[in-house]
Design a protein around this ligand. Structure first.
Ligand code: XMP
Length: 517
């Protein structure tokens, strides 16, 4: 792998993604990892990420010079660039002058390894206080900016490179090409991390891991569990059984997508449990959001456990009981929890609605090396239907937490129709990939007066909650064009009799969460 050494400022994951976009496999490791342990991973190259503002800060992470002497190509970015300069005998000056945001970099050597084939001037994104004032011996200075005379350097002999800016952010217009030059020319890595290659790799790993055992997967209809299931299916075929719990809180067409399209495309062995009545009964009269979530989570576990027992009973011959449970854990979860097995597993349970630890299965997490966009590419490669691959996030408790008030079958039917209209129009307007998601919320206990035809109505409002987001941690309300909103509003009030008012939620997160409950 290419190791991205995380100096602790959230750039490392983005860098790792950019490396993968250059079709090279990458992993994030903490800066605290011993050099011997890093080298034990046999890295093809090492990238030092950005980090705290100054190498002089108390407790600033230090770079062990041994990492630069191992003969492995190294690329330092921002803080990584400065710590590299410092470790190799260059000078880092506390200029006190901060350079922040977009700057023009003048490339003094367009034939250099990093800048080969690029224009002599490029916009770069800077964020630093200190500056490298003298490059270490043996290095050629290859770029400068108005505020930073030494903005890039390289020692092609030792294959050590660095830039003061952040090539991983999109504001650095040649950033990806700089990174590719390092990987492909500097480190001489062959780009072969393609979806096809990833699938072959993971299939081989799963086969080795699972052997002849039986495997169970809780399918939610979401991207992650669907792609994980398709991958395991490709690896071990009918040793896999998927369980889909229909809790009745799904949107229009979702159960069918899983039951028909997904099964047809992948050939998985699917058990559908119709638990709609059971969930409705448990939810009857409950209005408190946390109480709803708890009930839905608990019911889910019970239904799944029962289904698991049935599967074992019906399909597992005595010699091959179910040993494994598939989880759709992604790489960001693994990195965020420190890469520790235990921590990652606790998180991943949330993916299937909080399955308990005592399920007695070992976990198989085929997507734990992948980012979300890679999961989608792998899904396409495996032939998972596009409607599933490009699905926007949908919460485990489903429409249950989008009805403000008690949940019942009638209210679910109203919301399902309004939601289907909103989704249809947003798709028609080509907005699916611009919008992170657009919950439609039914204010079931609110009524307002309206007029339709010649008559007075006394119906319910629905709220549209379109948001733009990168990761759902923060979000802004999405500026959906007025004419699209008008069409949605007109159609919902015309076609869903019980709804006579459509409102738009214009709250960012924070302070509002994306879902209303
Ligand atoms: P909030 O409402 O916290 O939502 O801003 C952030 C993101 O998480 C989704 N969400 C859930 N997903 N189980 C899930 O799998 C849940 O219980 C759950 N609650 C919220 C929400 O749709 C948004 O994408």
């Amino acid at each position: 792998p290419v190791l991205v050494v995380d100096f602790g400022a959230q750039y490392a994951q983005l860098i790792a993604r950019r490396v993968r976009e250059a079709q090279v496999y990458s992993e994030v490791v903490p800066h605290s990892m011993a050099v011997a342990d890093m080298l034990a991973k046999e890295p093809a190259a090492i990238i030092l990420s950005g980090g705290p503002s100054s190498v002089y800060d108390d407790g600033a992470p230090r770079l062990d010079p041994a990492l630069l002497e191992a003969g492995v190509p190294v690329f330092g970015m921002c803080y990584g660039f400065q710590s590299m300069a410092q470790a190799l005998g260059g000078t880092v000056a506390r200029t006190g002058a901060r350079e922040y945001g977009k700057t023009d970099a003048a490339i003094s050597d367009v034939a250099s390894t990093l800048f080969d084939g690029q224009p002599p001037s490029q916009t770069v994104w800077m964020s630093h206080g200190d500056s490298v004032s003298a490059a270490p011996e043996g290095f050629a200075v290859t770029a400068s900016t108005a505020g930073t005379p030494v903005a890039a350097f390289e020692d092609d002999e030792r294959r050590l490179y660095g830039v003061q800016w952040h090539p991983e952010v999109l504001h650095s217009e040649q950033g990806q090409r700089v990174l590719e030059n390092f990987l492909w020319k500097g480190a001489r890595i062959t780009p072969e991390w393609t979806p096809g290659h990833v699938v072959d790799d993971l299939v081989a790993t799963i086969r080795e891991q699972v052997g002849e055992d039986r495997v169970l997967c809780a399918l939610s209809g979401g991207v992650d569990s669907s792609v994980a299931a398709a991958l395991v299916q490709k690896a071990i075929g009918d040793q896999l059984t998927c369980v889909f719990v229909d809790h009745g809180l799904l949107r229009e067409g979702e159960a069918e997508q899983v039951e028909q399209d997904f099964v047809q495309a992948t050939g998985v062995d699917l058990v559908v449990v119709d638990a709609r009545e059971r969930f409705l009964e448990a939810l009857a009269g409950v209005t408190d959001p946390e109480a709803k979530r708890k009930i839905i989570g608990e019911q889910f576990i019970r239904v799944f456990e029962q289904a698991a027992r049935d599967v074992v009973h019906d399909r597992g011959d005595e010699e091959h009981p179910v040993k494994w449970l598939v989880q759709g854990t992604l790489y960001p979860d693994v990195v965020e929890s420190g890469g520790g097995e235990g921590a990652a597993n606790i998180k991943s349970h949330h993916n299937v609605g909080g399955l308990p630890d005592d399920l007695q299965f070992a976990l198989i997490e085929p997507l734990r090396t992948l980012f979300k966009d890679e999961v989608r590419q792998v899904g396409l490669e495996l032939g998972v239907p596009e409607v599933i691959v490009w699905r926007q996030p949908f919460p485990g408790p489903g429409l249950g937490i989008r009805i403000i008030g008690a949940v019942d079958a009638e209210r679910l039917a109203i919301l399902r129709r309004a939601d289907a209209i909103a989704r249809e129009e947003l798709t028609r307007a080509g907005l699916d990939r611009d919008i992170w998601q657009c919950p439609v919320v039914l204010l079931a206990d609110v009524r307002s007066v309206g007029v339709q035809g010649d008559g007075r109505t006394y119906g319910h409002p629905v709220v549209l909650r379109p948001v733009a987001s990168e990761d759902a941690m923060t979000a802004d309300w999405a500026r959906v064009p007025y004419d699209v909103l008008a069409t949605i509003s007109t159609r919902i009030t015309n076609e869903v009799e019980e709804v006579n008012r459509v409102a738009l939620d214009v709250t960012s997160k924070p302070p509002g969460t994306i879902e209303w409950e």
